[in-house]
Design a protein around this ligand. Structure first.
Ligand SMILES: [Zn+2]
Length: 241
């Protein structure tokens, strides 16, 4: 296998590895998005449950107060009727005191009812906002879940394709060079094989020694950058499309 062919195969191998790496990252990230949405939904639903419970209690209190107020009004009416039929001033004063107490209690209850209704209103608005948010997240979740299967299938079938392609190319590369490639790949961040341009290694951006540069231009064997250890080739030898 010619020197240029080897470089070409290594570059293709690297492209395949890069694409596979990206696909694996996607495979890992996609279910996490669904998980995050599920967690968000759960938080909002718990909050909704709390608000609904609070609303229930407030409504019960409101009903109780309304009923009490009605009863008070009835009592008041009764007392006022009694007032018409009093026979002496002692009785009159007693009924007046009764009416006074009833009216005072009613006023307090009216105030309480007002505060309660304000709180009911606040909680109701909170519930409306939560419902809106929950339906938004549910919609988004449904979409992501539907898309997830498609993403997984697409990534998995592409990875399978790439693995076959990789095995094909790996076969063409002499084993010592392939194992150098794998060695570097396991230890360095991408890329593994890089062009040298005007004697500068594009992997680490440091100039390679003149003697190495001359060797590289001869194109007889695969060399490594003395600084970053990446496999290098002269840019003029091979142009990546
Ligand atoms: Zn380098």
């Amino acid at each position: 296998m010619s020197y240029i062919k080897q470089i070409e195969s290594l570059v293709i191998l690297q492209d395949i590895d890069k694409e596979m790496g990206d696909l694996e990252k996607t495979l890992e990230a996609a279910p996490k998005e669904v998980e995050t949405l599920k967690e968000r939904l759960e938080i909002q639903e718990n909050q909704r449950k709390q608000v609904e419970e609070k609303l229930k209690i407030l409504q019960e209190q409101d009903e109780k107060l309304t009923k009490e107020l009605e009863e008070d009004q009835a009592k008041l009416k009764k007392s006022k009727n009694k007032l018409m039929m009093v026979e002496n001033s002692k009785e009159y004063h007693a009924i007046m005191r009764e009416i006074d107490t009833l009216e005072k209690n009613s006023r307090l209850k009216e105030e309480e009812k007002l505060t309660l209704e304000e709180e009911l209103d606040t909680q109701q608005r909170l519930l409306d906002a939560l419902n809106e948010e929950i339906s938004k997240i549910s919609g988004e979740l449904q979409q992501k879940e539907d898309a997830l299967d498609k993403i997984i299938n697409r990534c998995e079938s592409r990875i399978k394709e790439l693995k076959e392609k990789r095995a094909e190319f790996a076969k063409q590369i002499p084993p010592p060079i392939l194992s150098r490639y794998e060695f570097i790949r396991a230890r360095l961040s991408n890329p593994v094989i890089v062009p040298v341009e005007d004697s500068i290694c594009t992997g680490c951006h440091i100039s390679i020694p003149p003697q190495t540069y001359i060797e590289l231009q001869k194109g007889l064997q695969i060399l490594s950058c003395p600084n970053c250890q990446r496999l290098i080739y002269w840019k003029n030898h091979f142009e990546v499309e």
